[in-house]
Design a protein around this ligand. Structure first.
Ligand code: SUG
Length: 449
């Protein structure tokens, strides 16, 4: 059998990274609203993580950012004139809409799409469904460009199938891989896909949160399983506990992470935990895999600790020796409950052997940790070879991207700067160069006009 790998495609932070306070229900986004940001530092923190994982021997890729401000989106809601006039009119009449059209939120590529590896799908291809991100305006405008970028990365229709985003209504609210985990014995073998939803749009028997929105619906997850040709005996659905959404767990990847045969999760993550775990164990056993749940008890780490530290928004990676490595944000070291727990965890006999800490503060202040910043794609050798090699991280691509960031990114950005029409010019100049660096072809609307 051919080799297979998990490849992490990290979002390169875009030149307009800012703190817009745009995500109701995401505590970090709300509490850092209007703080000034550093796009340059944000991009470099992300690149440092990509480089470190590449140096450790993991397969690493990069996913390009989007054109912002999104002038097309502003035009679609009635702002007219030249690009500069559209921006200045939006700034004068509806600043919150300009801020939304400037968000660099596509950096969180765990929300770009849901991916099913070829071993799981009926037609033996890798399937991608772009996420409609329907819950927030600033994110709902990502998927058309995301689809073009993914098509420029995973080109060969013999290996890759692309589905457009689900219908753009809240009933099919879909946030991509942030609510999807794939378990398997090894990456190239058939696995079990685990879909976690926040509410059902069509079945009132499922309880919903009281305060904050549940972004992912059961119906969206089921649609993706159908589109990808997944068999019922290889899919498990679970509902997130509504009360934890109300505490700021706006995606499942803020309260659990899985990889291989391991699920690392908080005691309060799922409704009916016992039956969910039993179904996972049973379906994985039928795939020849031995499910290993690692539960973090609420007595050790509270949901509030999890939301503040982003313990579960970590990357769980398989080392060559079979042990697992957890990539956590710096905020985990700053929380004594979490840090003590992690010491115990790695000193024990469980599957998670090692923890590495990264400074991702610029992204974290908008509620995006290590796991948000990456899209996982399990690929067989032949499929990896078919990926556009321009987006695979290498030491020289890392150097080129650092130089590119230094050349084009601002050190500081605050809300007033978003009204500067020069920012759009800077962004387009940078992205035009980037598509050449990454060999993506024309993916942005300014390139397609
Ligand atoms: O959708 N934050 C993102 C964070 C996404 C994190 N992704 C995962 N958990 N997978 C969101 O809420 C904030 C933007 C701002 O406020 O400027 C934002 O969009």
């Amino acid at each position: 059998m051919s080799n297979a790998y998990e490849v992490n495609f990290d979002g390169l932070v875009g030149p307009t990274h800012n703190y817009g306070g745009l995500s109701y229900g995401n505590v970090a986004s709300q509490s850092n609203s209007q703080a000034s940001s550093s796009p340059k530092e944000a991009a470099k923190q992300g690149l440092t993580k990509m480089k470190a994982l590449m140096d450790l021997g993991f397969k690493q890729g990069v996913l390009a950012p989007q054109e912002r401000p999104d002038v097309d989106a502003l035009r679609s809601i009635g702002f007219t004139g030249s690009d500069a006039q559209v921006i200045s009119r939006a700034a004068k009449e509806a600043m919150p809409l300009l801020v939304a059209s400037c968000s660099a939120s596509s950096m969180w590529t765990a929300n770009a799409c849901t991916v099913s590896p070829s071993a799981d799908t009926a037609d033996g291809r890798v399937h991608f469904t772009a996420a409609n991100l329907n819950c927030k305006f600033h994110r709902s405008i990502e998927h058309p460009t995301t689809s073009r970028i993914l098509a420029g990365m995973f080109v060969d229709p013999q290996h890759f199938a692309h589905h457009p985003a689900l219908p753009a209504v809240a009933q099919f609210g879909d946030e991509g891989a942030a609510n999807h985990t794939r378990f398997c014995k090894s990456y190239g073998e058939p696995g079990v896909e685990f879909f976690v939803f926040g509410r059902s749009a069509f079945d009132s028997r499922f309880p919903a949160p009281q305060n904050y929105p549940a972004r992912q619906t059961l119906e969206a997850s089921q649609a993706i399983a159908r589109l990808h040709g997944l068999s019922d005996d290889a899919v498990v659905y679970a509902q997130q506990t509504p009360a934890v959404i109300d505490q700021g767990v706006f995606h499942n990847d803020v309260i659990s992470v899985g990889n291989g045969e391991v699920l690392f999760y908080h005691q309060d993550a799922f409704l009916d935990s016992e039956s969910v775990l039993a179904e996972l164990a049973e379906k994985l056993a039928r795939r020849g895999a031995n499910f290993k749940p690692v539960c973090v008890p609420r007595d050790a780490v509270t949901v509030d600790d999890a939301v503040k530290s982003y313990l579960f928004n970590s990357q769980l990676l398989s080392r060559a020796d079979g042990g697992m490595l957890l990539i956590v944000p710096e905020e985990c070291r700053n929380n004594s409950n979490v840090w003590n727990y992690l010491q115990q965890l790695t000193n024990g006999n469980g599957p998670i052997r090692e923890v590495k800490v990264f400074d991702l503060k610029q992204s974290m202040q908008n509620g995006g940790g290590p796991a948000c910043l990456r899209l996982r794609v399990a690929l067989k050798d032949t499929e990896l070879q078919a990926v556009n090699q321009g987006v695979i991280m290498t030491p020289s691509l890392y150097d080129t991207l650092n130089v590119w960031v230094d050349k084009h990114y601002r050190d500081r950005l605050s809300e007033n700067d978003l009204a500067d029409p020069q920012l759009l010019v800077e962004c387009r100049t940078a992205l035009d160069e980037l598509t050449q660096i990454l060999k993506l072809g024309s993916v942005y609307s300014f390139q397609l006009a």
